[in-house]
Design a protein around this ligand. Structure first.
Ligand code: NAD
Length: 471
């Protein structure tokens, strides 16, 4: 990527634009914007055929205003210093928006995972962890990775295993990485967390009557016509929660193509069809669209790009018919497209806020690891007994009996997943209103993305101001 158009420059330009609406000292702003640490390493690995290959890997820590740092590890062909620094900066702002007490980080190895065997990927991952640990770029109190493009729970399990081998006896070692499998110290609800967060955030946005009226929409999710691009981890779960809440999925797209039905597509049936036929197309309850990109231009109320960056561009933005674009993916709207949508009155809900559910639940996982106890374990039975006593008192006072089903429903204690989902819902709701307040205060001058960046800058600036400068 050339310097002029680099991803990092793009992120920094967005920062500068938002910063111009604040009154902070320019040196404080410069300090917030600057990436604090950048680690690069190269190391050899042995391929299965006995040959040796040199790998290139990075880890960027953007901010230390809260510790540990937090951010995913990406395995992709185009990973470089610029990209990890840009993504690390975005993580700082994302964490600040949802009050997750971490600084932003991101790491990556330049490789296409499809070109390596599982054994090779394991050797690469373990060696990368070794390099991070010996340079103090990883640890439950230093820097806590998570999955990103090209990595998942399998890699996180290798990471936690390598870390614990390198740090024998370290009590909080399980907190060195998040999104682990549950059996390796992970948390229930992490897999669906980002899609669920997208749903909770959008639900809150759709509750505000004034904003819905301005868009010509009614409040609530029920009956809203929704299009989802990408049915991977984020898109699938987002689509599932929207449909469960009564939204009508009028269009779905995947890499092989797109389908639509103005009356609604049944997600479960679509997924079964896709598995059996190895593709979305020719689904009996839908119509194939000529090109997969056409899904973005379908008549709908809410468009959820949940696949890749740079999907809504200056070329197709004028034809986007949605009233709300919900950025479930990272960076799905180019800056030019963003301007065009804004001018047409389309509400663009920025990625930094709406897809923060994953890092939020990662934070819960880290807390669980440091606490060494599963959420709900201490209180679930206690709550059940307390609710049962309460119902019995009501029965005694009223002389009427609840049905077995009513008792079972009302006396459920919360287990880990209930608590995670409840904490996620609370986080997404609480995080939205400060953004909306700034957005509305500067009505007409700001888009929601800039408002979110201003809120993030406020929070990070407050931390830096209170911490002062060492020495
Ligand atoms: P994923 O790989 O599970 O899913 C992406 C899906 O999009 C895949 O099924 C892929 O086939 C499909 N796709 C690719 N190109 C497409 C195209 N042109 N049109 C339609 N579909 C296409 O990845 P994911 O974890 O769901 O992440 C999706 C996006 O969300 C990425 O931008 C990622 O950075 C972002 N994100 C993910 C998380 C998370 O917790 N997984 C958190 C925050 C942000």
């Amino acid at each position: 990527m050339s310097v002029g158009t680099s991803f990092l420059n793009q992120v920094n330009q967005a920062f500068d634009h938002a910063a111009s609406f604040t009154n902070y000292d320019p040196t404080l702003l410069a300090n917030i914007k600057a990436s604090k640490n950048l680690f690069y390493t190269s190391f050899p690995i042995k391929r299965d055929d006995g040959s040796i290959e040199v790998m290139h890997a990075w880890r960027a820590e953007h901010s230390h205003h809260k510790l540990p740092c937090k951010g995913g590890i990406r395995y992709a062909d185009n990973v470089d210093a610029d990209e990890v620094q840009a993504l690390a900066a975005l993580m700082t702002y994302k964490c600040a928006l949802v009050d997750v007490p971490f600084g932003g980080a991101k790491g990556g190895i330049r490789l296409n995972p499809k070109k390596y065997s599982v054994e090779e990927l394991e050797r690469i991952t373990r060696r990368y962890v070794f390099e991070l640990v010996r340079k103090n770029f990883m640890g439950p109190g230093l820097d806590v990775p998570a999955p990103d493009v090209g990595t998942g729970p399998r890699e996180m399990a290798w990471i936690v295993d390598t870390y614990t081998q390198l740090r024998p006896g370290e009590l909080d070692a399980l907190g060195c990485v998040t999104a682990k499998p549950v059996s390796a110290g992970g948390i229930r609800g992490r897999t669906e967390a980002t899609g669920r967060g997208v749903f909770y955030g959008t639900q809150e946005i759709c509750r505000v009557a004034e904003d819905m009226k301005a868009l010509g929409l009614s409040t609530g999710i029920e009956g809203k016509r929704v299009v989802v691009q990408g049915l991977g981890n984020v898109g699938y779960f987002a689509a599932k929660f929207f449909q469960e809440a009564g939204a009508i999925l009028v269009g779905l797209s995947e890499s092989e193509g797109a389908i639509s039905n103005p009356k609604g597509l049944d997600l479960a049936k679509v997924m079964t069809h896709r598995m059996e036929r190895k593709g979305l197309l020719n689904f009996p309850g839908g119509t194939n669209l000529p090109r997969r990109e056409d899904a973005l231009e379908l008549d709908c109320d809410i468009l959820i790009p949940a696949a890749l960056e740079r999907q809504i561009t200056a070329e197709n933005a004028p034809r986007v018919k949605a009233k709300i674009v919900v950025e479930a993916a990272n960076g799905p709207t180019t800056p030019e497209a963003d301007d065009m949508l804004g001018r047409r009155g389309v509400m663009v809900v920025p990625d930094a806020y709406i897809n923060a559910g994953g890092v939020t639940v990662s934070y819960f996982e880290w807390v669980k690891n440091l606490g060494h106890v599963r959420f709900g374990r201490m209180q679930k039975r206690y709550e059940q007994a307390a609710y049962t006593r309460l119902l019995q008192s009501v029965e005694n006072v009223t002389g009427r009996r609840f049905s077995t089903e009513q008792i079972a429903e009302a006396t459920q204690g919360a287990d880990e997943e209930d608590l995670v989902n409840s904490g996620l819902e609370e986080t997404m709701i609480e995080a939205y209103h400060p953004i909306r307040e700034v957005w509305k205060k500067e009505a007409g001058k700001l888009d929601m993305r800039t408002a979110a960046m201003i809120v993030a800058i406020d929070k990070v600036a407050l931390s830096y101001e209170q911490l002062g400068i060492f020495p």
